[in-house]
Every structure is written in structure tokens, then in C-alpha cells.
Write a protein that binds this ligand. Structure first.
Ligand code: ADP
Ligand code: ASP
Ligand code: MG
Length: 847
């Protein structure tokens, strides 16, 4: 398969990860069928449509003749091979506990095929537990004994829930026997401090031995003829130098015949994963090898279908854990499925395809947890009646992560025979696995990808091998590019469709341009209100979020929301934006920061709440290198906190901060002029929507007091909201009014006092303004109604503007003044957004 292109594409700096793009092409040459068709009528109808017409008119090639001979010989033997057999494979999650094992037995029983061969994995996590036993024993850690007890207990408990009578007794007897043998073997490993590969393979394969026996016993409970097969008695594989194994089909066929003559049954439950070498030494098909076991069994039995049962609805167009938009593929060709699995779609082991493809046996991937889903059919390429290939050119995408690129470059490479061979023999010597290779047509460079964990050894080996060429200048460099991924686009029709790579690279370039211009890749991955929340791993479409919340929203749950934000492994930096005014939510900040989630908020509750809690948050935030930004808590989008920080950071000293911090109170006093009464202005403001629904919330001064507390603390004062003197503009008798209406109705009775104060002020050429003051010299704060000369900047204010004056050692004569609209959804959103961008810059986005 040719490598079409190898390019490095910049991804968001925040993601700090490089993607290497590879478009594998499968050339149009179709692999001819070598199955001679007989008994097709029993082939079940496929999901989508399989290539029936081809099956009815097979191309008989050289290899097909061999098959025919093989099949004939089979018909003379004991084993009835062919379409009467259905092969099923159940993955570890399918047999994760006793309930699931019952469900699996149910599926097996209900399959109406005449004969059934079922390949089963170890119960979920058991193979990991077995590898862990080896690891502990060879590290001379005697906790392997308790870990072995846990393995015993897991299977004992499952068997007790599933079986009874003789079945239970005989399973438990065998289980205890096995555990005793394992104990002896692990003891030997413990003493030697080392496990040979065959010791290790013997140990780790036990999970499959136990799950197969339990499942067979459960199926027998339905009164059916069922036996279990230790696949080590049948499957013979030859170990290769690259830590893989190749099946020996001929020898395995012979052993299967023999096995079947002694154990014939209509239902056979066989162990996945394990096999024997030609010398009868137990071995395995390596991690995730049960799919491969099932494929070999399918080929040995010439079954009519291989169904692989797992925990997803089929093969998705991309890894569903990474791409929430991925869709189930109804059908895939063998080649497409192989490519998908080779490039990281672990729903199928890459070696599963070849054995079944040889006999044209379709594979169906199905979900044991969702029997109504039809699954994905993998079969020969789909064509319509005229032989045209159907389907989309690109079926799916898959990735392999944690790779490094090695680029060997130099003018001395061109036209010199043996350079590539020297490079790759050096790589082979350190046992590194080369995942793909590209050579520039000029022959000036060879570039290849290896797993990140192997790149150090590769680099050392190459530098040593080519020391002389590097010194002599024949090679200019051996460059290592870490942190890469391969992104593969898979589709059989791609090769015959012009423009696919153009579209592919265009899409990548577009993404790159976006990032090039804005440098930041922002995604909203969750939105929560008090009753409902919406989550999306890859990002919510903000143009439709309300609609999506209605359709897909789930009950709000802050812990789940937080876990989802933090647990998203594909997004490197997470920030919570709290747009509430809620003290309970503010009390979560500490936990969020502790979990490494940054916080941006206009909510004043945390910074003006209890002093010790505020100090705790700031302390944690500094120590944990997480960020906490709250510009919009004071003056919405106006740069107040950042101005204050700028002054402090550049060594200025704050003497006093004085300002009109409430848009509502600003409006009220700016309009409390002439003959108007205060209650009249309040009524007008309420009518225009400038006040809270109950204007007492504004007039009480609490909101201003919170802002003063925030600014005081920001300036280094240890002030608490409780200790701050606040002039409450709500007349005392009205503070207890039950409703806003009653308050508004009675307010005119108290107009006189404020009118008097205004007249007195006017008489001295002054105006009344409701202000907050931080007195950094006296270390105190106040919120009060004060008088200002008519030429003072505070007296010039209009509308609902805020104004804040900073008097500092640097700005002593003329204070530094920030003025502008300090409330409203849009300017607040602007303030929040600027905090988010600032966060991105702090996290490494170029400014
Ligand atoms: P089993 O134990 O049944 O063999 P695996 O964990 O080996 O199951 O494979 C199933 C998993 O493969 C799914 O849960 C899914 O997360 C993952 N996967 C990765 N890529 C794909 C893909 N393209 N389509 C479906 N599943 C995928
Ligand atoms: N149990 C083995 C493993 O976990 C084989 C398999 O499940 O495919 O690797
Ligand atoms: Mg698997």
C-alpha cells in the first residue's frame, strides 16, 4: 500500500500535539474470491447487502482449486465443515459478570444455526490481572499471592451465581487445581525473579480456560448438547521473530479432526487467545487475540458467518470515544476493515480479516448490550448489478497515537544503494516497530514513524550507525519529531475517486487556518443550568445549543458535569465558566482548581464571601498553577481588576479606589435632579428594567459592598463583607415589606429626607453620588452616599455608567479613571470572553 503523503500539520498550541497525516490508499485491484460456492442458500441475509451475485459465479483461481480439494477431503472425514456452522466470539466485556454470561448463553441458545462454535475471551480485566500476577512475582513482590486469591474469588463467586450441583462441583475442583498449579508456577517465577515467555503465556491464558468452561456449563443448563474446547489442543501457531504468531492451518485442521472425533457436539465453547506451538508448548495469540482465534476457527470450520460480539453497536466511522459524531457503518469491505483496525480501531484485531477473507466468510460486529442494533457487516466489496462499486469513497478514520517521526536527511543519500537498508537494519537491531515509511522522491530523506517509547533507542542506534556520515556531512541530520499521531482515512473507493486527498488536506488546512488566525481552539463541552445539562465530548454546536439541550439534555448533576470536563482526555486544558450568582456553585471553585480545572467567572460570591475561603482559593490557585480569573465581577467588561493588577504588578502602590460601581444607582442619582422625587426616579428605572425586580436589592448597597470587598482584597487588604459599613438606601420601615409592590407603593412617604440632602448639596454646588470606597491607607472600606463638586468626574456621569478612580503613588494628583457601561449581558459576556482568551495566552497561545 503506497503512502500517498506524509505531512506535519500544526494543531492548536493548547493541544500541543502534532498530527501526522497519512492517507492510505487501497488500489482498485480487487482480491478475487477463492471460495468455491456451495450451500450459499443457508447464508443468512446480510446487514446492507453482501455480494451474492459474485458468490453464485465464483472466479475459480489456482488457490480456489486447492480449497475445493481441501473441502472434499473434509467431507470424507468426521467433522462436518461448512455452512452448517456459525462461529461467534464474545469479548471480555460480554462475559464481565454472571448476568452477562447468562445473556451470552441466551444468545448462543437462540442462534438457530445447526452447529455453533463459540470463542470466548476471559472475563473483563482478568487477562490484565493475570499479567499483573507475573509482574508482581518476577519483581519479587509476594503480594502476587493475594492478587491470585482475588482471581480465584472472582471466578468462584461467578460460578456460584451461575452453576449448581455436579457442574458447580466439577468447575470448582478444576478451578482450585488450576490455582494451585499457578501458585507453584508463580512461586518459581518469584524465586527466579524472571518469567520466560512460555511461563508467562501459560499463566495469562487461564482467564479464557475458566470463562469457556463456565459458559459451556450455563449453555448445558438449557438441555443442549454443548462441550468446551481448550484451544491449545487444536490451534497450532508458529512464533515469529516479531513477537507475533502465524497459524499453522494444516496442523490445526488435523488436530481439529482428531479433537472432534472425540468430542463431537452441536455447540462448542472454545477458548480465545490461547494456542500451542508445534512442540505443544502453550502460547497465546498476543493481546486482544481472541478475535484472531475466532477468525482462525471460522476458517477451520468454513463457517457461514463469524459474529463478533462486543460493547458497541458495530464499527464506527471513527473511534466513538474520540469523535462523538462518529456513525455506525453498515458495511465494510475486508480491506477497509483491515485498514481501520490496523490504524487503531481496536474494535477488531487486524489479523482477524485474512483467515475469514480466504473463505469469503462475512464478519458481523454486534453489540451484546443492544440486540436490536443490526451491527456492521464486513464482507467482500459491494458492487451493484453492473459491477460498479457502491459506497462512499471515505468510510472512516482511525488514529494511532503516541508516535514519533524519525527523519533521516542528507544529500549523501541520493543514489547510494543500501542507505535504506542500513537505516532499517539499525532500527531492527533495537527491536523497534516501524509503523510506516516514506521516502522523498529526491531520495534526500527517509521518514518513518515508530512508537514514542522506542524512539530514544532508535535515535541512539542511528546516530551511532551513521556517526561517520554525519561528521562527514553526507547526512545533514537525524531529526526526531515527538508527539505525533497517524490519522488514516480509510475507504476502498478512494483510489478510484479523484479529489479525495484534496478534500482531506483542504479540511485539515482549514482547521489549520482557523488556528493560525486565532491561535486558539475553544470548545464548549458542557452547559448546565439548575435542572438540565448538556454534555458533548467534542464540543457543542453553539448555534443550536438550546435545541440540543431540549433534545439531548440530561438531569443536571454537578459532580458528573465536573467529571466530564476533567475526564475528557482529548482536550488538554479545561476551564469552568460560572455565570451564576450562586454561592453554592462558588463553593465548588476550590475543588475544580484542585482537579486542575481553571475557573473564569463574573460571580462575586467567592471573592466577597468568607475571607478564609477566599484566601484558601487564592493560595491553592497559586500553588497548583491553575488560573482563576474574575474580571467581570466588578464593572462587567470594564478593565478594572486588570488595571488594578497592572498597577500593583508594576510596583505602584494603591492609596484609594473610589467609584460608582452600580449601574442602577448611577442611573438613579444621575437622574435625581430638578423637581423630581427619588421615588419617581426609582419607579421610572424599574419600569425601564434598570433595577432588579425588587429595587431594594440595588438600594441596599450589598452588591456595591461586594465589589468594594473584591477590590480591597485584590489590593491586599484583609477585609470581610460583614465588617464593611454600608449605607442602606432602603428606609428602615420599608426593609421588612413583604413585596416589591408594597415597597414601591410606600417609598414616596420617605422622599423628603433624600430631597433635603440633595437641596443642601445643590446649595453648595455639589451633587449626591452613591459610591464605594477602598481606603488602602486606613485599611478600610465604605459604601455610602457622598457629595461631589459639580466639576468632579463623578458628577459628569450619564445613564447607567460606572466610573472608578484609582489614586496611587504614581497617579496621586490626577487619579487614573476607568469609565463606561458596567452592567448588561453583552458587556459582561465580553469581560468573560476576554478572561478566557487571557487564560489561553497564559497556557501558551501566542499573544
Ligand atoms: P472486546 O473486549 O469485546 O474485544 P474491545 O475493547 O477490544 O472489545 O473493542 C471494542 C472497543 O473498540 C469499543 O468499546 C470502542 O471503544 C473501541 N473502538 C475504537 N475504534 C472504534 C471504531 N472505529 N468503531 C467501534 N469501536 C471502536
Ligand atoms: N483476553 C485477552 C486479552 O485481554 C484476549 C482477548 O480478549 O481478545 O488480551
Ligand atoms: Mg477486542
Amino acid at each position: 500500500m503506497p503512502v500517498v503523503s506524509l505531512a506535519k500539520v500544526a494543531v492548536s498550541p493548547a493541544a500541543a500535539r502534532d498530527f501526522t497525516v497519512r492517507v492510505p490508499c487501497i488500489y482498485g485491484k480487487r482480491l478475487a474470491s477463492n471460495r468455491v460456492s456451495f450451500g450459499n442458500s443457508r447464508r443468512p441475509s446480510c446487514v446492507g447487502h453482501c455480494v451474492r451475485s459474485e458468490l453464485q459465479s465464483p472466479r475459480v483461481l489456482g488457490s480456489a482449486v486447492t480449497d475445493l480439494q481441501l473441502d472434499n477431503s473434509v467431507e470424507n472425514g468426521h467433522l462436518p465443515k461448512g455452512d452448517s456452522w456459525a462461529v461467534h466470539k464474545f469479548g471480555g466485556t460480554c462475559v464481565g459478570n454472571s448476568e452477562r454470561i447468562k445473556d451470552v448463553a441466551d444468545v448462543v441458545v437462540k442462534d438457530e444455526s445447526e452447529r455453533k462454535l463459540v470463542v470466548v475471551s476471559a472475563m473483563a480485566k482478568v487477562t490484565d490481572m493475570m499479567y499483573d500476577l507475573i509482574h508482581r512475582a518476577q519483581s519479587r513482590d509476594d503480594s502476587y499471592l493475594s492478587a491470585l486469591d482475588a482471581v480465584l474469588e472472582k471466578h468462584r463467586a461467578t460460578a456460584l451465581e451461575l452453576l449448581d450441583g455436579d457442574e458447580l462441583a466439577s468447575f470448582l475442583a478444576r478451578l482450585h487445581d488450576d490455582i494451585n498449579n499457578l501458585k507453584a508456577m508463580l512461586r518459581a517465577i518469584y524465586i527466579a525473579g524472571h518469567a520466560t515467555e512460555s511461563f508467562s503465556d501459560f499463566v495469562v491464558g487461564h482467564g479464557e480456560l475458566w470463562s469457556a468452561q463456565m459458559l459451556a456449563a450455563v449453555v448445558r443448563k438449557s438441555g443442549l448438547d454443548c462441550t468446551w474446547m481448550d484451544a491449545r489442543d487444536v490451534l497450532v501457531v508458529i512464533p515469529t521473530s516479531s513477537n507475533q504468531v502465524d497459524p499453522d492451518f494444516e496442523e490445526s485442521e488435523k488436530r481439529l479432526e482428531k479433537w472432534f472425533s472425540l468430542n463431537s457436539a452441536k455447540i462448542i465453547i472454545a477458548t480465545g487467545f490461547i494456542a500451542s506451538t508445534p512442540q505443544n508448548i502453550p502460547t497465546t495469540l498476543k493481546r486482544d487475540g481472541s478475535d484472531f482465534s475466532a477468525a482462525i476457527m471460522g476458517a477451520l470450520f468454513r463457517s457461514h458467518q463469524l459474529t463478533i460480539w462486543t460493547d458497541v453497536d458495530g464499527v464506527y466511522s471513527a473511534d466513538p470515544r474520540k469523535v462523538s459524531e462518529a456513525v455506525i457503518l453498515k458495511t465494510l469491505s475486508y480491506q477497509e476493515a483491515w485498514e481501520m483496525s490496523y490504524f487503531g480501531a481496536n474494535v477488531l484485531h487486524p489479523r482477524t480479516i485474512i483467515p475469514v477473507m480466504k473463505y469469503n466468510i462475512p464478519i458481523v460486529i454486534r453489540n451484546i448490550f443492544n440486540l436490536s442494533a443490526p451491527g456492521t457487516m464486513i464482507c467482500r466489496q459491494i458492487e451493484d448489478e453492473d459491477g460498479y462499486k457502491l459506497d462512499a469513497p471515505v468510510k472512516g478514520f482511525a488514529t494511532i497515537d503516541n508516535l514519533a517521526l524519525v527523519n533521516v536527511e542528507g544529500t549523501g543519500m541520493a543514489g547510494v544503494p543500501g542507505t535504506a537498508s542500513a537505516i532499517f537494519s539499525a532500527v531492527k537491531e533495537v527491536g523497534a516497530n516501524v509503523i510506516m515509511i516514506s521516502q522523498a522522491s529526491s531520495e534526500h530523506s527517509v521518514c518513518f514513524a515508530v512508537p514514542e517509547k522506542e524512539v530514544k533507542a532508535v535515535s541512539e542506534a542511528l546516530n551511532s550507525r551513521f556517526r561517520q556520515a554525519l561528521t562527514g556531512g553526507r547526512l545533514s541530520q537525524i531529526e526526531i519529531i515527538p508527539n505525533c499521531s497517524i490519522l488514516a482515512a480509510v475507504g476502498q473507493k478512494m483510489a478510484s475517486t479523484p479529489g479525495v486527498s484534496a478534500t482531506f488536506f483542504n479540511a485539515l488546512a482549514k482547521a489549520a487556518v482557523l488556528k493560525e488566525e486565532f491561535k486558539i481552539d475553544l470548545r464548549v463541552i458542557g452547559i448546565t443550568g439548575s435542572s438540565k445539562m448538556l454534555l458533548s465530548e467534542s464540543g457543542i454546536d453553539l448555534s443550536r445549543w438550546r435545541e440540543l439541550m431540549k433534545e439531548e439534555g440530561e438531569s443536571a448533576n454537578m459532580e458528573k458535569f465536573t467529571q466530564c470536563v476533567k475526564g475528557n482526555h482529548f482536550i488538554p486544558n479545561a476551564v469552568m465558566v460560572d455565570c451564576t450568582a450562586d454561592a453554592d456553585i462558588a463553593s465548588c471553585y476550590y475543588d475544580w482548581l484542585l482537579r486542575g480545572i481553571h475557573v473564569v467567572t463574573p460571580n462575586k460570591k467567592a471573592n466577597s464571601g468568607p475571607l478564609d475561603q477566599y484566601l484558601k482559593i487564592r493560595d491553592l490557585q497559586r500553588k497548583s498553577y491553575t488560573h482563576y480569573f474574575y474580571e467581570a465581577t466588578v464593572g462587567a467588561g470594564l478593565p478594572i481588576i486588570s488595571t488594578l493588577r497592572g498597577l500593583l504588578e508594576t510596583g505602584d502602590k494603591i492609596l484609594r479606589i473610589e467609584g460608582i460601581f452600580s449601574g442602577t444607582l448611577s442611573y438613579l442619582f444621575n437622574n435625581f435632579v430638578g423637581t423630581r422625587s427619588f421615588s419617581e426616579v426609582v419607579a421610572e428605572a424599574k419600569q425601564a428594567g434598570f433595577t432588579e425586580p425588587d429595587p431594594r436589592d440595588d438600594l441596599s448597597g450589598t452588591d456595591v459592598a461586594r465589589k468594594v470587598t473584591i477590590l480591597a482584597r485584590e489590593s491586599g487588604l484583609k477585609l470581610d463583607l460583614d465588617g464593611l459599613p454600608v449605607q442602606n438606601l432602603v428606609p428602615k420601615p420599608l426593609q421588612a415589606c413583604a413585596s416589591a409592590e408594597e415597597f414601591m407603593q410606600k417609598l414616596p412617604q420617605f422622599d423628603e429626607e433624600l430631597s433635603k440632602q440633595r437641596q443642601e448639596a445643590e446649595a453648595s454646588g455639589e451633587v449626591l453620588r452613591y459610591v464605594g470606597v477602598v481606603d488602602a491607607v486606613e485599611k478600610k472600606g465604605t459604601v455610602e452616599l457622598k457629595r461631589y463638586k459639580k466639576d468632579h468626574p463623578f458628577a459628569q456621569l450619564s445613564g447607567a455608567d460606572n466610573i472608578i478612580a484609582f489614586t496611587t503613588t504614581r497617579y496621586k494628583e490626577q487619579p487614573l479613571i476607568v469609565r463606561g457601561p458596567g452592567a448588561g449581558a453583552q458587556v459582561t459576556a465580553g469581560g468573560i470572553f476576554s478572561d478566557i482568551l487571557r487564560l489561553a495566552f497564559y497556557l501558551g497561545a501566542p499573544s
